[in-house]
Design a protein. Sequence first.
Length: 94
Amino acid sequence: MQLTAPATSRTDTTTRKPARDADGMAVASFILGLLGLLVLNVFLGPVAIVLAAVALWRGTTRRGRAYLGMALGVADLAVLVIAMQMSNTISWSL
């Protein structure tokens, strides 16, 4: 009796690497971009952008999540710039 579904072997046709890695990067970029809106946006924003770009380049099946991660990464940096302009400082702290 098997309790889990058998593993599927989806592979990227160009690099022969599992598409699962690219899907994980898309989800990670979304989560880091969302988290970056709250804390450490100067670090998490660029990481979310890079992860989303790599996931899209590798051909993820979760393209929407990768695009959201990229948009949230850009929003992280925009929030940082707005906060810096409002407080007239180089970095923002509460």
